[in-house]
Design a protein around this ligand. Structure first.
Ligand SMILES: Nc1ncnc2c1ncn2[C@@H]1O[C@H](COP(=O)(O)OP(=O)(O)OP(=O)(O)O)[C@@H](O)[C@H]1O
Ligand SMILES: [Mg+2]
Length: 308
């Protein structure tokens, strides 16, 4: 499998305080790589170092130590720049322009020839769902529309590696779904996508692999299946018509019990325990079954456990 992007012991210190005398380590010895055609999620809470990582990859910051290589080149190199599209965290545009004018301008900057610029701008604006609004000045755009202009700008030169910093932010549920579909289309097209998010469900529905950052360090990485493997999940059983004595008896077979209302209880079983013996015990103690739900182990569990 061909490696598209490699981070090698990447470290970044920011100088802060008066005269830059203090140093803050925003990223500490982070290494991972992306192979062609995968969608990779960079996850972590606020301040974890996601944006810093993506800016280092895009060549907008220089590392204090370590190395980034994009298709074998350093981030600032011409070849790396041509291969990489970047959606910044808070894209800002000159808002008297229309989206079409802006995209035609960017197409020119990317070396797309005069006749092809308008066509390329139109097709990328359609791709991000802005086709109808493309002749409207961007000062009339909503936040979600501006986010789409940012996406269009990142894709204008059809880069092989697409880096998106919080691509879903500012979007409503339909917009989120559209961005998800766009990312999957890029993947199907053979492009490689790296995106950051603190919304884990986005990563679960999109990524083959993730890396989790906390306080600048890589605390976990791998396939979503691998990260959640070995976690059988739990069953939650709700039962009614139980006397307090019956509920107390059932409690010994559960990890946790919550009384919902008179005679009605929720039992969380121990990890790995199947529901059948417990349901039989409910019936044997005179209760009736209301529901039995399996709570799958999710990335959320891994995230909370590793970050805290
Ligand atoms: N230019 C800067 N100067 C000083 N410190 C900075 C600078 N940029 C980022 N930092 C610090 O580096 C750390 C990581 O910030 P970063 O923006 O990479 O986090 P993030 O994971 O993208 O967070 P968020 O989810 O809020 O976007 C934070 O502690 C932040 O305060
Ligand atoms: Mg950020």
């Amino acid at each position: 499998m061909s490696v598209v992007l490699r981070l090698d012991h990447l470290t970044k210190d920011f100088e802060t305080g008066v005269l830059g005398r203090r140093r803050q380590r925003a990223l500490d010895d982070v290494s991972f790589e992306l192979v062609r055609g995968e969608v990779f999620g960079l996850l972590g809470p606020n301040g974890a170092g996601k944006t810093t990582t993506l800016k280092l990859i895009a060549g907008l910051l220089r590392p204090t130590a370590g190395r980034v290589s994009v298709f074998g080149s350093a981030p600032g190199d011409r070849a790396a720049r041509a291969a990489l599209g970047f959606l910044p965290e808070q894209p800002v545009f000159y808002d008297h322009l229309t989206a079409e004018e802006l995209l035609v301008y960017f197409a020119g900057l990317c070396g797309i020839s005069g006749v092809d610029r308008a066509q390329r701008a139109a097709s990328v604006l359609d791709e991000v769902g802005l086709g109808a609004a493309r002749r409207q000045p961007m000062r009339q755009y909503s936040r979600g529309m501006l986010q789409r202009v940012g996406l269009a700008q990142a894709l204008i030169h059809q880069p092989a590696l697409v880096i998106l910093d919080e691509p879903m932010s500012g979007l409503d549920p339909i917009g989120r779904r559209e961005v998800r579909e766009l990312v999957l289309r890029l993947r199907d097209d053979g492009r490689t996508v790296l995106f950051s998010s603190h919304i884990l469900s986005d990563a679960e529905t999109l990524c083959s692999r993730v890396a989790i950052l906390a306080r600048g360090r890589l605390v976990a990485s791998g396939g979503i299946g691998d990260l959640t493997a070995g976690r059988a999940g739990r069953w939650e059983i709700v039962a009614a018509s139980l006397s307090p004595a019956a509920a107390a008896g059932l409690q010994t077979q559960a990890a946790r019990v919550t009384r919902i209302a008179h005679g009605r209880y929720s039992f969380e079983l121990r990890e790995g325990d199947g529901p059948e013996p417990f349901i039989a015990a409910v019936a044997a103690s005179g209760g009736s079954l209301v529901s039995a739900v399996s709570t799958r182990a999710t990335l959320e569990d891994v995230f909370v456990e590793r970050v805290s």
